[in-house]
Unconditional design. Structure first.
Lengths: 999, 176
């Protein structure tokens, strides 16, 4: 395709480097440096999509990130498709695939456009009114319909294969926006030596200067000056420049989020390169130099392809060397559009007329227009446009004394509009800084600040390059000074600065029925002027209500073009001043941001930390199935020869009860409690007595909260008078250490005792079963393992398999058991040594499921499963663990509270189903009488339930009201379709007398 | 002994290696007993959090008002275990195996750290250390030289941290 609208040699694109991409399957040629929008315009393509509600043909309105219309689907290869890419921001590269959206079967002929014909039946609030009744239709009919109709573009269905990065950044001065104000600010701050970061969302720095090459600064052309300024900034080691980087949010204490696009502009990104990076910037000072956004004018047919902002036309001309049309008409309420007309005319575009709503315009402008052969129509309005897929003509009428005169039609293929400029307040609004209405400028301006920031240039209503440069230089210097730097304020000699002003208007007056006008305010959400007036008529008074009723400003562009026009019309309809109606609140992000950028590295294998033990690799090689426990992954069971879980677990259970099993207990929390007051400290923390526990012995420890409820438990070994090895539950390790530190630092700072987490210092192998000693004995040096010398609940330091070890004789299974602790680096070697030594004795690796069953067979509790934060030692049947002689321990007083000592508390008991094959569901509710009326009185619930291989039947533990007084009672567990019967029993099913430990 | 130096794909801008285990202890005692401990250990204990002191091959890093991390060669571990007298109220707990220590070096080292650490590491002086958080993981960071840091994390967290260091180093090597 020829680039009929390209001006050879003009603009900043590289004319020597053609780039080919596809738009709806057709190949389009652009130039390196083009955006999708500029490349399409160079080929005369204005029609880019269909609108959201009425499916009206839509084209390119702007040249920046505020673009509401030109949203396209882009694809960078399999899985790499993105809906709603702004054509004005996406750079072209060879092979890029671009698709128009919201049309079927095609862009030129779209069935959904029927909505446009019936537009009068789809007023604001249509959904609220239509989809109310009947209520039952909501889920099945209305909501799916609205969901299908809502939203532009199609979400990708494949997982995103791209990488996303994130980084933290600290600087003295962050400058947002690299137009003249931002550049001057960065120069002031950079020259002062302050750590300065300058960011811009475009591919190139320069902002307005890129579209104003005719301005001269310090004796150079704008682009020459820009090159010099950027070269100076690049040369400063304390300055960082970041393009394609959007400041998406301004958070507390000068935290600014930046989203940097790294590879979307590349035809062939390096393998594994991240697509985007989220920067979390903590800036001493922020200079907001975001500039201003041009406002559209509101008139019938202002949304036709070819109708665009005058400033955008100027940008396409100067930056990209593209004429937006061959024959243009300009309609404006601001001087700036006159200059656009002049530039286009000088570039060879036939500018038929400049229509200005103001009756009087500077003679300088009208004179220049006439000299260029442009018809001047001051005091005129625009009342309509024609053209099905592209504007073909515009109807203009004179306005005299408030009366709209007869219209005439002017042919054109581009209609350029300008309703003035809106300072970009989005980031400032994120800080909750207050705004003040400037009646003269017809705009809200930043007022009271809440953060350490400066606002410079057009962002605070200043107009003109000279004003922006001066203001930026001052803001940058002020920011640098606030950071303790000595900063000068640069001055700039600016020539050919095209300043000007304008008036603020609501919708343009018309001689036709305004109720039939399709005068759009919010292009993306298809909101018209009459929708706003309807909302006011229907009782909406606050701009917040008007917004939600009409959806004005609720599209992905957050009303960058529509908010002020909507406000002016709402204020007019309400008969109030604009500030009394107010502005809606802008919220982050400034522009749509990918979920990938927000997620950063945290996806796939890096989604969350997965902690693995030193023995994990062995379990994985053996085909273990894992389960997550806190952040750990633990071997759940070890299936062999195609076993299912039930078969594997039954085999593991049998092995432990009849031979010997080994278990990776490394995840158990461990805390080394050391110091002369170690025993005194544990006396106060745990319910059990510790003072008289001899070195070389262990004891089960029970930890309560101040409320008397069970928090944690574990075996504690006394290694020396002043040294204890405390174990905690896997999930409770950090919590218990924090709780202990809390008490130690705030309640008992006088105690000479210190706590060190040693969870990861030690790898732990548990060896359980009648053959445990036989397997272990040959590996142990320096310790007699006989029952007499090393009885149950003994601990000793020795050597196991050649490694220094802490050996515990403990049992969480009811069998003869040992737990071997070795420094973590030796964990795997120890495991393998025991595994090898155990082969003749039937050693079997078992996982957490088997561990859970074996302990349930003994009635040992699992904190967090059999307890839920409301269970006391008495409830759990652990009164024996309370040191009766102890004066105090954490939670002791609470155990005397009336409700804790009252009868009828839920107590942990065993439960045996009538049908031994039925395994109850954990969490199932229990009732005394299954025939009582609904809702039944629930007297408890099942906490643990398993198939017990040792018992040859199911077993369960349950918390039941007055449970220990109900031994032998039959209770009922209502389940879907049937009610199960079970008998209350003691929660100690296997070897209740503990004889198997005494071997 | 069992751990080896593991270098990531090399880049002139950044190298990351896993250090072999050396003896590491957590020493806790009341600040007024610092001098006594110094005499026994032959190693000064800095009185300000974040400061380090070295003597021979031993280094003490103050991590809290009553907390020091002592690093030493394996060969000196036994001597350190026995150095402090029983009469001195203290806790000396070996944590050598608890941790994996990475060494990060190169002109882009601050960029790599910024991948996971929220604080402004550039302000850290050489010879200072701090307990901090790397991508949600508790870590101890020590600046050994302008362009050289060590980052120690608990063992089970190290694959997570290593994966991110690799990703970050790759970004730096790509110049993106």
């Amino acid at each position: 395709m020829t680039q009929a609208f390209r001006i050879p040699g003009a603009g900043r694109v590289d004319h020597a480097k053609p780039v080919r991409f596809t738009f709806d399957g057709k190949t389009v040629e652009g130039r390196e440096g083009d955006t999708v929008a500029s490349a399409l315009l160079a080929n005369g393509i204005h029609l880019l999509g269909r609108s959201f509600k009425y499916h009206r043909p839509r084209g390119i309105v702007s040249a920046g990130s505020e673009e509401p219309n030109a949203l396209v689907g882009t694809s960078r290869g399999p899985g790499r498709s993105e809906p709603n890419t702004r054509a004005t921001m996406q750079e072209v590269w060879d092979g890029l695939t671009v698709e128009s959206q919201n049309r079927w079967p095609g862009l030129d002929f779209d069935v959904g456009a029927i909505n446009d014909r019936f537009g009068r039946f789809l007023p604001a609030g249509f959904y609220y009114k239509t989809f109310m009744w009947p209520r039952s239709f909501w889920d099945k009919v209305y909501e799916p319909f609205i969901r299908r109709a809502a939203g532009l573009g199609r979400s990708p269905t494949e997982p995103d294969p791209d990488h996303y990065a994130s980084r933290h950044l600290h600087c003295d001065v962050l400058v947002v926006g690299s137009g003249p104000a931002g550049l001057a600010a960065a120069l002031s701050a950079g020259r002062s030596g302050a750590q300065t970061v300058l960011v811009d969302e475009h591919a190139e720095m320069g902002g307005t200067l890129l579209s104003e090459p005719g301005v001269r600064i310090d004796g150079q052309g704008a682009w020459g000056w820009l090159d010099a300024a950027l070269a100076e900034l690049r040369g400063l080691p304390n300055v960082r420049l970041m393009t394609r980087t959007t400041a998406i949010g301004y958070y507390h204490q000068n935290m600014v989020g930046l989203c940097q696009k790294l590879t979307d502009h590349m035809a062939a990104p390096p393998e594994g390169a991240p697509r985007e990076r989220l920067w979390r910037v903590r800036a001493g000072q922020v200079v907001l130099a975001q500039g201003a956004i041009e406002k559209p004018l509101v008139f019938d047919g202002n949304d036709r392809p070819g109708v665009m902002l005058a400033g955008a036309a100027r940008t396409f001309l100067h930056r990209f060397g593209v004429k937006v049309g061959h024959r243009a008409v300009v309609v404006t309420s601001h001087d700036s559009a006159w200059h656009a007309a002049f530039d286009l005319a000088r570039a060879g575009v036939a500018v038929a007329a400049v229509v200005d709503v103001r009756p009087e315009v500077s003679r300088v402008l009208t004179g220049q227009a006439e000299a260029l052969g442009i018809e001047v129509l001051t005091g005129h309005t625009v009342t309509g446009t024609t053209g099905r897929l592209r504007v073909a003509s515009v109807r203009v009428n004179p306005v005299r004394g408030g009366r709209v005169g007869a219209g005439r039609t002017i042919a054109c293929d581009a209609l350029l509009m300008c309703g003035g400029w809106t300072p970009s307040l989005h980031l400032f609004s994120h800080t909750k800084g207050s705004l003040a209405w400037d009646a003269g400028a017809g705009a809200f301006l930043p007022d009271r600040k809440t953060e350490e920031c400066e606002i410079a240039g057009a962002g605070r209503g200043l107009w003109g390059i000279a004003a922006a440069l001066d203001d930026g230089a001052k803001a940058g210097a002020a920011a640098a000074k606030a950071m303790g730097r000595v900063a000068g304020v640069g001055t700039f000699a600016v020539e050919a600065d095209r300043t000007g002003d304008g008036v603020v208007v609501k919708e343009l007056p018309t001689d036709r029925n305004a109720g039939l006008a399709k005068a759009f305010i919010d292009f993306q959400n298809d909101v018209t002027a009459k929708d706003i007036r309807l909302a006011v008529r229907e009782g909406m008074r606050s701009i917040e209500h008007v917004k939600r009723y009409t959806t004005n400003g609720m599209a992905t562009d957050q009303g960058k073009l529509s908010n002020i026009n909507g406000l002016m019309i709402a204020a007019d309809a309400l008969g109030k001043e604009a500030p009394q109606v107010g502005l809606t609140t802008f919220r982050p992000p400034y522009t749509p941001t990918t979920f990938g950028a927000l997620a950063g590295y945290h996806k796939g294998s890096h989604f969350e930390v997965t902690r693995r033990t030193p023995i994990d690799a062995w379990a994985e090689a053996q085909g273990a199935v894992f389960e997550p426990v806190a952040l750990w992954r633990r071997a759940w069971y070890f299936p062999q020869f195609g076993e299912d879980m039930h078969a594997a677990v039954a085999r593991e259970c049998r092995a432990v009860r009849t031979q010997v099993g080994m278990f990776d207990a490394s995840t158990l929390g461990k805390i080394e409690v050391v110091g002369p007051d170690a025993a005194a400290f544990l006396e106060r923390m745990y319910t059990n007595p510790w003072a008289r526990l001899q070195p070389g012995r262990c004891r089960y420890g029970l930890l309560l909260g101040e409320d008397g409820f069970i928090r944690d438990d574990g075996v504690i070994g006394r290694l020396a008078d002043d040294k204890f090895h405390v174990t905690t539950t896997t999930g409770g390790a950090a919590r218990v250490l924090n709780m202990m530190e809390d008490y130690l630092q705030t309640e008992w700072p006088d105690l000479d005792v210190w706590l060190t987490s040693t969870t990861e210092q030690w790898a732990v192998v548990a060896l359980q079963g009648p053959n445990a000693r036989t397997v272990l004995e040959p590996l142990v040096e320096g310790l007699d393992l006989s029952d007499a010398a090393f009885p149950h609940m003994a601990v000793a330091e020795c050597t196991v398999a050649g490694f220094p070890a802490r050996l515990f004789r403990v049992s969480f299974t009811g069998e003869l058991g040992f737990e071997v602790n070795v420094p973590a680096r030796h964990g795997l070697a120890l495991w393998e040594a025991i595994w090898a030594a155990g082969q003749p004795h039937g050693i079997t690796a078992y996982g957490t499921e088997t561990m859970h069953i074996l302990r349930a067979e003994k009635g040992f509790i699992l904190v967090g499963q059999d307890t839920d934060g409301t269970v006391t030692p008495g409830d759990a049947g652990l009164d024996w663990a309370i040191g009766k002689q102890k004066k105090d321990f954490v939670g002791k007083r609470s155990l005397q509270r009336p409700d804790i000592v009252a009868k009828g508390r839920k107590q942990l008991v065993g439960l045996l189903t009538e049908d031994p094959k039925v395994v109850l569901e954990e969490g199932a509710q229990i009732v005394a009488d299954p025939n009582q009326p609904l809702p039944m009185t629930m007297i408890g619930h099942v906490t643990s339930s398993y198939w017990s291989e040792a018992m040859g039947r199911s077993i369960a533990m349950a918390l039941i009201e007055g449970g220990r007084d109900r031994m032998g009672e039959v209770l009922h567990i209502p389940m879907p379709g049937r009610t199960l019967r079970a008998t209350v029993a003691a929660a100690n099913f296997v070897d209740p007398d503990g004889l198997r430990l005494k071997v | 002994m069992t751990a080896q130096i593991h270098s990531f794909p090399p880049s002139p801008a950044i190298t990351v290696e896993t250090l072999p285990l050396a003896a590491r202890f957590s020493l806790r005692l009341r600040p007024e007993h610092r001098e006594e401990a110094k005499a026994a250990l032959g190693l000064p204990l800095p009185d300000r959090i974040g400061r380090t002191a070295t003597e021979g091959a031993r280094r003490a890093l103050c991590l809290g008002p009553d907390e020091w991390q002592i690093d030493a060669p394996e060969a000196e571990a036994d001597a350190i275990r026995r150095a402090l007298p029983r009469g001195l109220a203290h806790a000396l707990v070996e944590v050598t195996d608890r941790e994996v220590t990475f060494r990060l070096q190169g002109p882009a080292v601050l960029d790599l750290l910024a991948v996971g650490i929220a604080r402004d590491v550039s302000r850290m002086e050489v010879g200072r250390g701090t307990r901090t958080v790397f991508d949600g993981v508790q870590a101890v960071l020590v600046r050994e030289a302008e362009d050289r840091f060590t980052l120690a994390v608990w063992r089970s967290f190290s694959p997570h941290v290593e994966e991110l260091l690799q990703r970050g180093a790759r970004e730096i090597a790509l110049g993106l």
